[in-house]
Design a protein around this ligand. Structure first.
Ligand SMILES: [Zn+2]
Length: 337
């Protein structure tokens, strides 16, 4: 019988999924608890940080018969808010070190720490340059600050960074760290030696991970993503633990679906540019054409714009699109070869 998405579940001996409620369309994020030895308890990811998340984490740990103080390791797959929010309280209660891929820790503190005015200005300038109106930008401008108040980050000295290909020995197990850029620049997947694959938001079932282009980020995140899909496709994963939704088994199949989805979307965007002819299109217009009335909130619009930009920059790198700038505003044009 299929588990309810919102209930903690024992996936197999020594492995629990603890769903954490989210106040947006994704509904929930997963925290995983893994027994790595008699006194070794590893948590993967840390929810958003709302009081409801904290209750869900405590309930999930109680279901597993573990107290927060017993956690010995916390691993964060990436720095998005719905994966890091309780990392501070988890570290405070347990003293567990917090592992991230090198570089993603800096992103976490620069985007979500105190001094993020610079980041938000660069983002605002990007949204305007790619076709959002100042009104669209203003609506929802407070959203990042609201999120920032919810997140409780650990002190910097609790962080241990790992590199691509590094092996982590935790209790009786060895985890292979795998750099999987695309959804975030320094996204971390891990393969445990018993072939449990920790996917974070790199591979999700039923929904496609958002791949967005951001100022100061890597220049071609969609190309990164395609390569990172290939990198994990043929791993000997017997169970995939995604950051959202339910665990699944067919990794290669899901990788192929995700690749196809993004290839089709790129080709659709190329067609939109062709239809626009010599006027070209700003990224915001591409986003509206692609997502239409699925864009309900200011956040939706920003994510859609960043995702459209990831595709447009990919097409540009592939020689299928070009970009022109007029008075600080960008438009993209189809290149036909
Ligand atoms: Zn994410």
């Amino acid at each position: 019988m299929l588990a309810e998405e919102g209930e903690p579940e024992l996936l197999e001996e020594g492995l629990w999924r603890i769903p954490i409620p989210l106040p947006f369309a994704l509904r929930s994020a997963n925290i995983y608890l893994l027994a790595d030895g008699p006194r070794n308890w590893t948590l993967i990811d840390a929810g958003l940080g709302l009081p409801a998340d904290e209750s869900a984490l405590h309930a999930g740990l109680a279901f597993a018969g573990i107290r927060l103080e017993q956690i010995t390791t916390l691993i964060l797959t990436h720095s998005h808010p719905d994966h890091i929010g309780l990392s501070g309280p988890i570290h405070d209660a347990s003293g567990a070190p917090v592992y991230m891929l090198a570089g993603e820790d800096q992103t976490m503190y620069s985007v979500w720490g105190q001094s993020s005015e610079e980041t938000s200005q660069a983002l605002g300038a990007m949204y305007i340059a790619h076709g959002l109106t100042p009104e669209q930008l203003a609506s929802g401008r407070q959203a990042p600050d609201r999120t920032r108040r919810v997140l409780r980050l650990p002190p910097r000295e609790s962080l241990i960074t790992v590199d691509d290909g590094e092996e982590l020995r935790l209790g009786n197990h060895v985890y292979l760290a795998i750099w999987t850029p695309g959804h975030s620049d320094r996204h971390l997947c891990l393969l445990r030696d018993d072939h449990i694959f920790i996917a974070g938001d790199h591979i999700l079932p039923g929904i496609t991970p958002n791949i967005g282009w951001y100022p100061n980020g890597r220049p071609n995140p969609l190309s990164d993503y395609f390569q990172a899909l290939q990198k994990v496709r043929d791993l000997p994963a017997r169970l995939v633990l995604p950051g959202h939704r339910l665990p699944f088994t067919q990794l290669a199949e899901r990788v192929d679906e995700l690749r196809l989805h993004h290839e089709e979307r790129s080709q659709r965007i190329h067609s939109l540019l062709e239809e626009a002819g010599s006027h070209g299109l700003p990224a915001a217009a591409v986003a509206r054409s692609l997502f239409g009335d699925r864009l309900r909130t200011a956040d939706d619009l920003r994510f859609a714009l960043a995702e459209s930009l990831a595709h447009l920059e990919y097409l540009r790198a592939e020689g299928q699109a070009s970009r022109l700038q007029h008075d600080g505003h960008f438009v993209y044009l189809a290149v036909n070869r």
